[in-house]
Design a binder for this molecule. Sequence first.
Ligand code: MCN
Length: 791
Amino acid sequence: MTGAASEGIGASVRRKEDLRFLTGRGRFVGDIDVAGAACARIVRSPHAHARIRGIDSAQAMAVAGIVAVLTGEDMAADGIGSMPCMWAITSGDGTAMAEPPRWALARGTVRHVGEPVAVVVAETADAAADGAERLDIDYETLAAVVSAKEALAEGAPQLHDEAPGNQCARWTGGNMDAVDEAFARAAHVTSIDLVNNRLIGAAIETRAAIGAYEPATGEYTLYDTTQAPHMIRRSVAGQLGVPDAKLRVISPDMGGGFGYKGKFYPEETIVVWAARRTGRPVRWIGDRGESFISDNQARDHMTSAEIALDRDGNFLGLRVATLANVGAYLSTFGASIPSAIYSAMLAGVYRTPAVSVEVTTVFTNTVPTDAYRGAGRPEACYVLERLADKAAGELGIDRAEIRRRNLIPSEAMPYKTPIGPTYDCGDFPRIMERALEMSDYREFEDRRSAAAKAGRRRGIGIANYVDSSGVAPSRLAGASGGRLGMFESAQIRVDAGGGVQVMLGTHNHGQGHATTFAQIAAERLGVPLDRIEVIEGDTAMVPIGSGTFGSRSIAVGGSALHRAADKIIAKAKRIAAHLLEAADDDIDFLDGVFAVAGTDRSLSFEQVAHAALVPHDFPHEELEPGLDETSVYDPPNFAFSNGSHVCEVEITPETGAVEIVGYWVVDDVGTVINPMVVEGQVHGGLAQGIGQALSETCRYDEASGQLLSGSFMDYAVPRADDLPAFVSELDESQPCTHNPLGAKGVGESGTIGAPAAVVGAILDALAPLGVRDIEMPATPARIWRAICDAG
Ligand code: MCN
């Protein structure tokens, strides 16, 4: 094995980027020192719903060091546009969704606690904070509503003139007639009401943005904590009314993003506009308190679902009705996550022949919701797996067995689901059987009995998931209302010394891209890993791209890179053919060596790279100098990662405390580039899914709309000692059939299956006590209460 091969696809190479991070040499937005920058403090609404009667900035302006106090009126006067929503869904009856404007600084009315109302710019952060405190804003408070159900009720406070009854849209999908027919002939119907709890992202690094403006050229620079610099460029340039080329967005190292940092935020617009207004670079570093009231939140579904079955437990039809809380405004993908994205996954891994869904998206006086790790797929998985468990209980069928009877067999691939997507490949039965085997599912009752002897309630849960990873196809996005392209770009540039730069439109904020993309280039070009540099997160270096979200970087960006490597190899072969005085077709390329087939004449990659930029004797009419190629890839379909989770818990009945005593997961993510990185991604995803199941929830006071879970004292992310040692396995038997790597995404896998597996295990543990339902998060208090109530 050559050096490159041992570092290429499939090798568990240690992450190249970790040395910098572990030695404190990361370069985050907060580390960037822009000369002459002033500090911004965002003044946020303390009310959930209020009219702004007036803003008096006299006292704020009197604070020493204040540069400016700017409001929504100033923004309006400068003609700054509204923040765009990038996905427009259509109701079942064909009407367009209600799309009220969202301004970076409120104009006239505020609709959630934390909404930006003004920005105070000052010489120091302390002066800005002092100025913000002294800003006198006269509010007329209005009644607020925080739950989707109540917002739809008669007489509920109304948020937007454009959205009568607070309804954004009523999305429908699937075939309702076929579902009605399935229910009419069912031997059994299982129904369930579920809440998918609202979540708040909790990346280590809070959001931050620094804006700068150069009046001589009209150029703006935005340093930003974003997963999608090109999307942000489009949004902010659009609001400013300038061509994209006038705005450079740089997103350097970032301490986590989890989907919520991939969307448009007011502060991005505010800092560049304020920089233009004040003639100073403007720097905003959000604090943790601001995170809780200004970072997009997620999930928040109320769902009623029913499944029709025949006598043997075969699924015949599924009907789902969901109320989805989109918050006070439509965030970037806020309309699509609970509609197009969620509903597409409602067939799951099962061959239910008829599926229908109706999703009502609703405005409330809460922070907007949008994508957060999993984004619609954990919600769909939760509905399906909870229904499967409940139906099994009602029909007296083992929970693994009912799934077994309904899984889509691999022979049925490609499989067109009744709700939309066509799965290209996957062996769902094999994956579940392996997870059951690993967990020793068959012997579980012995473990339950042993735990009972010790006074503990032991339960086991199963969840099978499928993920529409590799989020891309521009065609599919467009068909469901997307207003953006979803391709990815990759450029490979080889220098005269044989060093390789790889530039992608994706963004690395913990996923290991600096390593895994380099592994792909190493494998394809036969160049050692340490000669390859991966560049992301700068629109000046990477002209076009879509970003990192929807577990798309490997399937879409990686595929673009693979194709760019094809082009590099093809060009390099032509150069080698010229140098070796052979025909292009006679050149073989293997392990970094170009050779004339059947001879011992060869050139190394370095020699060809050198000649490419030192082209002393090139026939320039036929052969251009340089080894620099770009590929833009837009796949034909999603990459359907899938897997099976088995979770085992023990509950102490006296306290309701849950301990996860075992967790096994088998994932099919197609071809694996770096098993160690993938395992890390699975672990991280599991931690987030377990957090949702056991401890995390965002709560607003129903009367005032104040956020009650506004700090880590109230919003409980899981800690290391809440988590077990995960047992994870990868199954590479089903590579994605339509991308050149065969890879499917993994970034969200763990998060998708975990809530259903954990809650399934808890309910199994409590079933003998008569507990039939538990709402997430299944906190000790809730479990203890459920035990007491069950008597
Ligand atoms: N990979 C691989 N082989 C595969 C699939 C993936 O080696 N078959 C590697 C990739 O090369 C990449 C990593 O695994 O290094 C994740 O790849 P992918 O599944 O394509 O996901 P993305 O890189 O697009 O990351 C997005 C995804 C999402 S949507 C969220 S949210 C998320 C996540 O990744 N947020 C994260 N993982 C996170 N991890 C960290 N540390 N921090 C976040 O904010």
